[in-house]
Design a protein around this ligand. Sequence first.
Ligand code: N0T
Length: 532
Amino acid sequence: FTLFWSCLLLGQSLPRLSKIGNKDVLLVNNAPYLILGGELGNSTATSKASMSTVWPRLKELNLNTVLVPIYWELLEPEPNQFNFDLVDELIHDARTNNLKLVFLWFGSWKNSMSSHVPAWVKTNYKKYPRAKDDKGNSQEILSPFYRTNLEADLNAYTALMRHIKEVDGKENTVIMMQPENEIGMLPVARDHSPLANKKYAEPVPDHLMEYLLANREKLNPEFNSIWAKNGYKKSGNWAEVFGEGIATEELFMAYYFAKYTNSITQAGKEIYPIPAFVNAALNAPGKAPGVYPSAGPLPHLLDIWKAASPAIDFYSPDFYNPDFEKWNNLYTRQNNPLFIPEHRFDNTVAAKAIFTIGKYQALGFSPFAIEQNPNVELKPKEILLAETYKTLGELAPVLLSQWGQNKIKGVLLDKENNTSTFILGDYEFTASHTHNLGWDPKAKDDQWEQAAALIVQTAKNEFYFLGFGTSLTFKNLKNNKTVGILKAESGHFENNTWKVFRHLNGDQTHQGRHIRAFLGTVSLQRFTLYEY
Ligand code: N0T
């Protein structure tokens, strides 16, 4: 069965990636879909009882999608004996709760380690060899260089995909797959097992060299500089082409991790071709390969990953690091679709969901450990996320109708970056943190709570604004006239129809000078502008 034929037979109704204008979009049941997601903590989805209080919590948070691990050790407790009970319960309960699923395959690797492989793999380390450090010590990391490891993982993953196809091929509750989780090499930059050593001394594979040469003009600068330093050598072993040292060792590992993961993904897609992505633990700045989990799909390795893993649709950053915008900019180069499968569930997630969808028109956003403690009352950060997802969900049809046409902008504001300008149609907007208005005593604080807004243009002078902690002022770039507010309303959508809650004027627009929403709660507004 080739990928081509399974696509044809299953028809054009499976979840798939497409484009609207110049942006990627996920199609689910043939319609554009925005993932308002959350990822479960690692051990939550291991029993029906454990999930029972979680489902209502996910509904309270207004998620439309939940990212859930499938654990190899529980799926295949004995070789080739599969237990699909958990998978079936998850699909059934997700449907009952009107939620979609993204499955995370905790297979060979989970946060670098092979902690989720079945006991029969763990204990049979002769048959399923481990990566070794430079002193020959085995790590609890399956070596990507051994066919037996690949075949065992591939056998389980394809059994899973076959099962999903069988039980969900029509309904499409499962919309994407994440093969493996945060792949990474530790505690040294490369595997020193016998086969790894052998491969390291062999020539860089031809097809990788061909890819790099063909894409030479578009290579990411961080990778390009490694290759450039060694004079863009076209052949030789890894150290000859890229230079001696840990930077090259990381490239080498990235290639073989990517190739292994690609084989699994490709085999899964031949059975059931839904989108697949791989996530990365971002490297802590200033740390060396081997110290941080290395060789995953990190920005400086994406050229290698792309060359070796054509079956993987995109690569995603997990956020436990600062510099949100910087990393997202790195992950949106070379047309990589942006999806945030994990962000630490801190007080900033609501702002970042709004910003990510506004600025990048990302496929979606998903805080990690979304369920928190489902038995206690919602905390402020959870309430704000719930309001954000509800409002984004209502605005989604409008957003998706303007997707990829330069009609949507997003801003993320704090004390350091407290204003931002952007252009929509004839207008230049200035977005400013509401603490700049000087009315809030908190403006004197050292840190400002993060504010965010997205603005979508729906007609020449008509816009929707969604967010908090932001004020907007305007300039017309086409003429020298002053821009005023013709009308401003807060409201919401009911069955895709705009319902006005309040007509906003007076103090709420600073007597016609700005559009704004204070911190603390999500506001959805529609406004029109005019010139005088
Ligand atoms: C993430 C999560 C889960 C100060 C950590 C992040 C999830 C995995 N790993 O809770 O384990 O399955 O994908 C690793 C980054 C931590 C960096 C802390 C920096």
